[in-house]
Design a protein around this ligand. Structure first.
Ligand code: NAG
Ligand code: NAG
Ligand code: NAG
Ligand code: NAG
Length: 247
């Protein structure tokens, strides 16, 4: 996918950082490491929802993205070009984490986990050009898309590196699969200059939201995957391994 995302990145000093003291650290050798990760990851995301300059984490609630340009996405004979500006995503920090499967000992460095978010809302200024269902679209304006019961699977593989005599983790491979159960779209002015027709088209899009999401959804899935990947990497790059975990 031809995907361009402009994210704000905080740069901080080169010195190593510690996790805030209110964040629970897990022990790498704990036989219940996976359970500890489930609990502490969800709790940490909640506590870091307003961001943390020291750790290079931008505010997550809402999470703001200046621009997402999806380029041309094509499914079958139909192609659509979507651009979202000033995208704001609400509700991602309400995720629960389950089914962690992780190992950070020896040569191992991986963490697979699942997230469940009951409700995520995205607002943006959009432009969309191409075809959705049977409709030729040439719209621009505000959009608000609501996603319910989102199940996501993430997988991180990592490696270790040394900086100033301290060991750090770096995510080398990050995969994600994000699926909402139900989606409600709202695009103002999707048929440029025709309010009545725009309403009708959006109504039809919502009646066929599964098919529409197959075209439009990858944008949101990529965004959410990228957000978590970046957040994880920001922390890993600043907090040495022996500060992330108890022995
Ligand atoms: C997108 O695809 C359409 C049809 O194939 C083409 O006319 C248009 O130039 C493409 N737009 C971009 C930005 O690549
Ligand atoms: C998070 O969940 C709580 C409880 O369900 C809810 O009151 C709150 O509005 C949610 N926050 C966001 C940002 O969706
Ligand atoms: C994690 O990996 C280490 C070293 O490869 C291995 O000895 C240990 O059994 C693994 N732990 C779990 C819980 O799988
Ligand atoms: C780096 O770590 C090694 C082993 O822990 C130690 O012997 C050495 O003195 C450290 N070097 C510096 C510059 O801190």
């Amino acid at each position: 996918m031809n995907f361009i995302l402009f994210l704000l990145i905080l740069t901080t000093g080169a010195s190593s950082k510690s996790l805030p003291s209110n964040i629970r650290r897990c022990s790498k050798s704990d036989p219940n490491l996976n359970k500890c990760l489930d609990e502490s990851a969800a709790d940490a995301v909640h506590k870091l929802s307003q961001g943390n300059k020291d750790l290079g984490i931008v505010p997550l609630e809402p999470f703001v993205i200046k621009r997402v340009d999806l380029g041309n996405t094509t499914s079958g004979a139909v192609s659509i070009h979507q651009v979202y500006d000033d995208m704001k995503i609400f509700g991602m920090t309400n995720a629960t984490v389950t089914n962690s499967d992780a190992n950070f000992t020896g040569d191992n460095c991986y963490w697979n986990y699942q997230c469940f978010s009951p409700f995520v809302r995205m607002e943006a200024d959009y432009t969309m050009k191409g075809q959705l269902l049977i409709f030729p679209i040439n719209g621009h304006g505000k959009c608000t898309n609501q996603l319910y019961d989102i199940e996501a699977k993430y997988g991180a593989k990592c490696e270790r590196f040394t900086k100033k005599n301290k060991t750090y983790l770096r995510v080398t491979d990050f995969t994600w699969d994000v699926k909402p159960k139900r989606v409600v779209f709202d695009f103002d002015n999707i048929i440029d200059g025709n309010e009545q027709l725009s309403k009708e088209v959006v109504k039809t899009l919502n009646e066929n939201s599964e098919a529409v999401y197959a075209d439009v959804g990858p944008a949101f899935n990529e965004v959410m995957g990228t957000v978590w990947k970046q957040t994880l990497n920001q922390v890993f790059a600043r907090v040495p391994e022996d500060e992330l975990f108890l022995p």
